[in-house]
Design a protein around this ligand. Structure first.
Ligand SMILES: [Zn+2]
Length: 76
């Protein structure tokens, strides 16, 4: 295992992707923006989180769960 696999991973990742730690840290802020109106303002203000959610299944599940909890709707 050398830097090559890391580089490979990096090149395949959306450069806006903030990564799991940052996405999870800001997820509640992101959800608070999404809930009032689904006009896409959250995605335009936090493109890094939107990019990460598009690429990361586990974080998307957390996001859906948080969204469901906030809105009181069951998205599952
Ligand atoms: Zn993630």
């Amino acid at each position: 295992m050398s830097g090559w696999s890391e580089l490979d991973w990096f090149l395949r990742t959306d450069p806006r992707d903030v990564g799991c730690d940052e996405a999870l840290r800001l997820l509640h802020v992101y959800v608070d923006l999404v809930v009032p109106d689904a006009s896409g303002e959250a995605a335009s203000r936090y493109p890094g989180i939107a990019a990460h959610l598009a690429a990361c299944g586990p974080c998307t599940e957390d996001y859906q769960g948080l969204l469901a909890a906030v809105t009181g709707q069951d998205h599952a």
